[in-house]
Design a protein around this ligand. Sequence first.
Ligand code: UT7
Length: 407
Amino acid sequence: MATYFSKITGWGMYVPSNVVTNHDLEKFLDTSDEWIVTRTGIRERRIVSEGETTVSMSVAASRKALEKAGIQPEDLDLIILATSTPDYLVPPASSLVQDELGAKCGAFTLVAGCSGFVYGLATAAQFVQTGVYKHVLVIGAEVISAGIDWEDRNTAVLFGDGAGAVVVSRTTQPGGLLSLKLGSDGSGWDALIVPALGAKNYPSLENIARKEHKLKMNGRAVFKFASRILSDATMEVVSEAGLTMDDIDLLIPHQANQRIIDLALRRLKFPAEKTVVNLDRYGNTSAASVPLAMIEAIEDGRLKENDKVVMIAFGAGLTYAAVVWEFQPFETGPADEEEAILVTNWPVNSAFQRKLQEMRVAAWKMKVQARTKASEASMAIMLPLYSFRKGLRKRMQNGNGKKPDGQ
Ligand code: UT7
């Protein structure tokens, strides 16, 4: 019986042409380009224009992915659309995409916040590796701008719109999904929330007046979760694949904040040159962020055939998802159906060498854990100091600790 692997055979992206820079935001928000760049790394984002929706962008990205994979919509066995901003709450946006593409397969919408695309990738791989399906289309697409309160500087400066799609195909060429880690910490459910756009709280006039139908975020809580999970889940998923970061060619993290990425890189001791960042141009596009970064990396030649890549995302839920993905040769053809030689059967992969590799991975994990503990301990000391200094500065500005009225 053939052993099947997953392979990304096609990819395509779509971003709106409308560019909104930090300077554009300065015109109507109490913010500055300097604050946004230093606190997040974002310089501009794309925002939809009339007629552009999650479905239309998904269809445009998917058509490119199908063309690259060399297949027709009728060849698809399943469509997974990851989004938190569907065109309608009902019907599922995935069915609209299926219809517009002219596909004849099942389709579902996957809601897992910004982690949705990576959840979808891990899910698609299960369908093809088991031999059940041959081609699964996975899309990450968002029109976050529709859910933003444009008077709330906490969220308005962060997000952008876009879509990325990949075709995950069945192959006998070893590679594809090497390991996965899916997670959810629902105790943080209210850190990133649209309070009144569901069956519990409808957008009543009162709720709309309170802007409860718009995105609310506790930025610090998400930051704390994200900076921990980015390094922890990367470490877990890489060691699960029997590898260390030295074996990883490229890290594609969720594009939320440059500071979150930098912190994880320090803990993992992983070079910035091997990390894909495009948040300066697109901001945080939620479920579209990882596919956009991945597709740009392929098209720029940074992501190459045979590369081992970590893709990792985190977001509302709070959720996270990570995979190690080994890219097979990009071209598809008869080789995809040839009988595979299983890596585990290779003579070089003797029991002794496997044991040695396990020890190498365990030693590396201990080092990353120690660095994470040290960096958290220093943050625990520095944060109260920082707040104290900030308070002191504010009091000085108000006249040496005296209230403005001199009391
Ligand atoms: O996909 C997951 C989605 N979400 C995230 O990844 C968000 C994770 N969190 C973050 O990235 C950061 O927490 C933010 C970028 C949202 C905020 O950065 P921060 O360094 O945590 O800022 P802060 O909330 O501690 O606020 C610092 C100051 C405050 O002023 P005071 O109290 O010191 O006077 C804020 O009011 O910065 C102020 N501030 C702003 N100033 C100018 C907050 N937003 C802005 C803004 N422009 N846009």
